[in-house]
Design a binder for this molecule. Structure first.
Ligand code: AR6
Length: 187
């Protein structure tokens, strides 16, 4: 885990590491429609949370989302064996060159922030949703994330963490933020 860098007067923290290790109120999972787990960060979260997480996701499917969780939608479960109290399962869009799905990716971030606020929570951490198996170009995804955070965080008591798995992703994020004029906080 690297030292965090911060933006937006400390409301947005950016780190490199494993999201399953974070002691925050809620971590966001880059899930799929089925909510039954998968590879990437989804697999890591299910492994670390334990079998109860899958059972909670099955219950969500039965009660609320019988046809699966749609793109851009989010759903809450406990974190079970994770240090995080809750997991927010968000389904990012599969990238397609010819269809603009930026609203669906923004929706994952926006709805996750709304959900933690509704729950009265203060801290939330996100992985880079859709930028792995789902193929969303990393820099485009960073632009979307920054715009949601800049719109939402200044008016909220939340602190959000972006948790990038690789050092290269962390560097790429810093470059995008700098290109778009987001200043790092002075430490
Ligand atoms: N902590 C933080 N970030 C991680 C971790 C981790 N432990 N593991 C991977 N990442 P992906 P998607 C990063 O593929 O593109 C799954 O099978 C990874 O480096 O996990 O939204 C689901 O079930 C990348 O930057 O999610 C879905 O079917 C980011 O997490 C599908 O993949 C997202 O990569 C979702 O694809």
């Amino acid at each position: 885990m690297t030292t965090a860098i911060s933006y937006m007067s400390g409301k947005l923290r950016v780190i490199q590491g494993d999201i399953t290790a974070l002691e925050v109120d809620a971590i966001v999972n880059a899930a799929n429609h089925s909510l039954m787990g998968g590879g990437g960060v989804d697999g890591a979260i299910h492994r670390a949370a334990g079998a109860e997480l899958k059972a909670a996701c099955q219950a969500l499917r039965q009660k609320q989302w019988p046809d699966g969780l749609p793109d851009g939608e989010v759903a809450l479960t406990p974190g079970f064996n994770l240090p995080a109290r809750y997991v927010i399962h968000a389904v990012g869009p599969v990238y397609a060159k010819t269809i603009d799905k930026s609203d669906l990716l923004a929706s994952c971030y926006h709805k996750s922030l709304m959900l933690v606020e509704q729950q009265g929570l203060n801290t939330i951490a996100f992985p880079a949703i859709s930028t792995g198996v789902y193929g969303y170009p990393f820099e485009q995804a960073c632009e979307i994330v920054l715009s949601v955070m800049a719109e939402k965080l200044p008016h909220s008591k939340l602190t959000a963490t972006l948790c990038f798995f690789g050092q290269q992703d962390m560097e790429a994020f810093r470059n995008v933020a700098s290109r778009l004029g987001y200043q790092r906080d002075r430490s």
